[in-house]
Design a protein around this ligand. Structure first.
Ligand code: SAM
Length: 288
């Protein structure tokens, strides 16, 4: 009986979409490494950039460039090769191909031509950041890069200001300070923001707090403006709930000076709409 994990990495001619590390070269899975070593050809966003990763892992497979400027023509050629029986792996400079990276045209063309396309999953900066940010992660929206010019960026952020799900963005070091200032202008300073910088690398940092505070902290510290960034903002629903709870606790604390806790919690909940149960949780925590 064949079991999924016993399958050889390369069995039939295919396009393998292989995730590579987002900084730490050891974040390449054994299956990704075996696949890259066994395919006939690796289509890489930047062959010189990927050479370091391949060398690090002792992979000698030939590479060919597939980037946003040649993707259309290169895809047609690669599909022909796969139809002729070659196995090809697609990689980008970092993380998962197609996620703010080239590859969509190749994958679509391969599937349209009946080539089997198989993912070899691994690192993705957005998911890595979400996994460590402590923001609601059951529903989230990946927005990729914002427009580079401030007017267009603010217009996009304005469209997203009512979004209830956690928002995830990519941003470069050139625009990090301006982008955070635009977050404060369009989302207000109160929502929670996490700035995930240089994930898996030496200077990995996750800053977490109110948009206004984190934006000010990054603007004041040149070190916090270096490297690669994922920006995560809590959705408006969660922010509204958070504000309601904060107000509920404030009213509860005040009433508790005059009333028994159960009566204070009931009234605070009626006045602010904050759930009574959570006001009690606050009481238990404050007694610990
Ligand atoms: N395909 C990649 C992925 O799966 O995450 C993303 C490629 S996109 C061209 C590059 C952007 O991803 C960077 O500008 C940054 O916003 C984000 N990024 C990549 N590596 C990162 C890291 N180590 N730490 C934080 N953000 C990173």
């Amino acid at each position: 009986m064949s079991r999924q994990h016993d399958k050889p990495a390369v069995a039939v001619p295919k396009l393998f979409v292989v995730a590579t590390p987002i900084g730490n070269l050891d974040d390449l899975s054994p299956r990704a490494r075996a696949t890259l070593a066994q395919v006939d050809l690796i289509a890489a966003e930047d062959t010189r950039h990927s050479a370091a990763l391949l060398r690090h892992h002792g992979i000698a497979t030939r590479t060919i460039a597939l980037h946003e400027y040649n993707e259309r023509e290169a895809s047609a050629e690669l599909v022909r090769r796969m139809q002729a029986g070659e196995n090809i792996a697609l990689i980008s400079d970092a993380g998962t191909p197609l996620v703010s990276d080239p590859g969509f045209r190749l994958v679509r063309a391969a599937r349209a031509a009946g080539v089997v396309v198989s993912p070899i999953p691994g690192a993705c900066a957005a998911i890595a950041a979400l996994s460590a940010a402590g923001l609601p992660s059951d529903r989230f929206v990946f927005e990729g890069f914002l427009p580079p010019k401030s007017a267009a960026r603010r217009a996009r952020l304005r469209e997203l200001a009512g979004e209830a799900r956690t928002l995830v963005f990519y941003e470069s070091s050139h625009r990090i300070v301006e982008a955070l200032a635009d977050f404060a202008a369009e989302f207000g300073g109160e929502r929670r923001l996490v700035v995930a910088r240089e994930l898996t690398k030496q200077f990995e940092t996750l800053l977490d707090g109110r948009i206004a505070d984190v934006a000010a902290r990054v603007a004041a510290d040149a070190d916090q403006q270096r490297g690669e960034f994922v920006l995560l903002v809590e959705g408006v629903g969660d922010a509204a709930d958070g504000a309601k709870l904060a107000e509920g606790r404030r009213v509860f604390e005040r009433l508790r000076r005059e009333l028994p806790p159960s009566r204070a919690a009931k009234l605070a909940s009626e006045i602010t709409g904050a759930p009574r149960r959570l006001l009690y949780e606050g009481l238990e925590a404050s007694h610990e």
